[in-house]
Design a protein around this ligand. Structure first.
Ligand SMILES: [Zn+2]
Length: 634
């Protein structure tokens, strides 16, 4: 997954078949026969924010348990939208059947099926939220488009592995809407799309993006494997991706081929939603990704490059997360709790690889990569929560941290295995390059770990020990100690070894980088984190106050509003001017803040001016960072 959060743009699943077979539970004797579930979704009222589904579920007579998928792959948590499941009715032989929810498990319903009945019919509605926040169960439909995540409209009888539950799905769309999906189509008739039978695993892994404004961009028409960007927007103008950007995404496909040495999908679809009225995030799938960004993201120059890490990140997950998956995240069905302890590989390595693929493909310039890396390092260097919560716990606690509020993020810590994973894997890459005098790199790790010959989608699970042994295959080193030191120890400072090994230094000056300037403009924020410790929006809303910063010591709380600077009504420029004027022997900073119903003035004895993060060359060392981001595709 890859999420857009707060001030920084951070980037929101099976072993070989033999491995799978070994870990499957034996089927209970009373398991219903492996006839397909039939699900028909009517999305013609999606603009009214409701989906209707009809299901035919093979069952045996007696007490039948039906569940809505709870633990959603890629979201690493129990995020199935159970509260939005409405209109639920069951029928057998035309007779309505009563149901009751399990008091200990809100995702589970019980129905008594009469003798002789082999098919249970169900109808349900999914009501779709409007606020543009959250992940796949957040806002997913506008008047012009909709994203259908099948897990939100399908009930199944648990007991078998989701690979062994066949489903035949159909979909009705509003008139004139077009669609993109990795699902294969059997045929279309009477306004209904009929998909080929697939396992429940594949259905849940293959959402459908549809809309009135649709553009498909083929990236590899020459084959042998097809890649598409399927774009849907709230208006046609937003679909005009510049040719140069299309060419960069074509290079991304070539660069992933060179990095991983194999592909594990039949074809690949970027399902790109461009809307200000849906949630904004990325969610990986094996043969597609659900990528949702604001409407003008690909037509606005700053917004486009700021978001350019998203698609490389989500596509990387096809190898790192889908094909290779930690054992604790490769659950047999959607009701089994997931364990996130290796998310620093699943998401952290993906963050690193996505961020080096972007410049390799030309989606970022070298300077943009350096600015992004500086931002990541500086933000972690200003995360005092590192003093109490080790990186390992950010992964262990993933299922609660994704939903945490922005206030006190620096003290609580969030899903830091994304940005800190970037630094950890950057350091590993520089160490491999130093140890092997440039002969080996993380690219060799990827060839072993993610390659191994192209296959159709399948899952190969891994453990911590296999990560260590694969690193040792690339080059012998005490990788176990290296990793555990970075996972289990406490700050305060961020781990900057990758940057320093790479021949660069993290510094601060009073000139905002291209990254910071673009972020302030596109995201309507003011970045005063590294100076007085405030993360603000451009209306003065205080999203967070860095604990132990000048603003914190003065007494300012997160969730308040800065209304005046030195006696004058707040604007972003006014605050910047006041920071400049206070530098050296200038005056103290007077900030008037409203906290609930009360106004209070705070005095900051701060005289260091504006502070923004950059990477600068350390000329005493070899420039490994620049080597890392050079294209590798022939
Ligand atoms: Zn991710």
């Amino acid at each position: 997954m890859n999420l857009s959060k707060g001030i920084a743009l951070l980037m929101l699943c099976l072993g070989s078949l033999a491995t799978l077979a070994q870990k499957r539970q034996p089927q209970p004797a009373a398991a219903p026969p492996a006839q397909p579930i039939k699900v028909t979704v009517d999305a013609t009222q999606a603009p009214q924010k409701i989906l209707h589904a009809q299901l035919q579920i093979p069952v045996a007579a007696g007490d039948v348990k039906l569940v809505l998928p709870k633990w959603i792959p890629g979201e690493h948590g129990p995020t199935g939208p159970i509260a939005d499941l409405t209109g639920l009715k069951f029928f057998a032989n035309g007779q309505r059947l009563a149901w009751r929810r399990n008091l200990d498990e809100m995702y589970e319903f019980h129905v008594t099926v009469p003798q002789g009945v082999t098919t249970l019919e169900a109808t349900l509605d999914l009501v779709m939220p409007a606020p543009p926040e959250g992940f796949s169960s957040g806002a997913s439909a506008t008047t012009q488009l909709a994203m259908l995540s099948w897990n939100q409209v399908v009930l199944y009888t648990p007991g078998r592995h989701s690979d062994d539950i066949p489903v035949v799905a159909s979909l009705k769309l509003p008139a004139g809407w077009r669609y993109g999906t990795a699902l294969q189509v059997a045929g279309e008739s009477g306004g209904q799309i009929n998909f080929k039978q697939v396992p429940l695993t594949t259905l849940v892994d293959s959402p459908v993006l549809a809309g009135a404004h649709f553009r498909r961009i083929p990236l590899t028409p020459e084959g042998p494997i097809q890649h598409y960007i399927d774009q849907v927007a709230d208006g046609d103008a937003a679909l005009e991706m510049p040719q140069q950007t299309i060419d960069q995404y074509k290079r991304l496909i070539a660069e992933t081929g060179a990095l991983y040495g194999a592909r594990h999908y039949r074809e690949y679809h970027f399902l790109l939603t461009l809307s200000d009225h849906t949630a904004h995030f990325g969610l990986e799938h094996h043969e597609s990704s659900d990528d949702r960004v604001p409407e003008r993201t690909i037509v606005d120059d700053d917004a486009r490059w700021l978001a350019a890490g998203l698609l490389p990140h989500e596509m990387t997950h096809s190898w790192n997360g889908k094909y290779r998956r930690p054992t604790g995240l490769a659950t047999r069905d959607y009701q089994v709790p997931m364990q996130g302890d290796l998310l620093w590989v699943y998401e952290g390595l993906t963050q690193y690889l996505g961020d080096i693929l972007a410049p390799r493909a030309g989606l970022w310039t070298k300077q943009q990569f350096l600015d992004e890396a500086a931002e990541t390092a500086a933000a972690l260097d200003h995360t005092p929560g590192r003093s109490w919560r080790p990186l390992q716990d950010t992964a262990d606690a993933a299922q609660i941290l994704y939903g945490a509020q922005p206030e006190f993020a620096n003290w609580r810590r969030g899903v830091d295995y994304y940005p800190e994973g970037f630094l950890l894997w950057l350091e590993a890459d520089t160490l491999i390059r130093q140890q092997t005098k440039g002969q080996k790199s993380i690219n060799d790790f990827c060839l072993i770990f993610h390659g191994g010959g192209s296959t159709l989608p399948q899952v190969k699970t891994y453990t911590f020990d296999e990560v260590v042994s694969t690193l040792n295959q690339v080059t012998p080193y005490d990788w176990k100690k290296f990793l555990r030191d970075r996972l289990d120890t406490y700050g305060p400072g961020a781990p900057l070894g990758g940057i320093t090994n790479g021949g660069w230094k993290l510094v601060y000056d009073d000139k905002a980088s291209e990254f910071t300037s673009a972020m302030e403009k596109v995201r309507n924020v003011v970045d005063a984190r590294f100076s007085i410790g405030l993360e603000l929006d451009d209306k003065g809303g205080v999203h967070d106050v860095i604990v132990d910063s000048p603003a914190w010591k003065a007494g300012i709380a997160p969730g308040t509003t800065l209304v005046a600077v030195n006696g004058r009504k707040f604007t972003a420029d006014l605050l910047r001017d006041a920071l400049k004027a206070g530098k050296g022997n200038g005056p103290n900073l007077e900030l008037l803040v409203v906290n609930g119903d009360y106004f209070k003035s705070f005095t900051l004895n701060y005289h260091d001016g504006e502070k923004y993060a950059h990477l600068v060359r350390d000329e005493t060392k070899q420039d490994i960072l620049s080597d890392i981001i050079k294209p590798i595709a022939k």
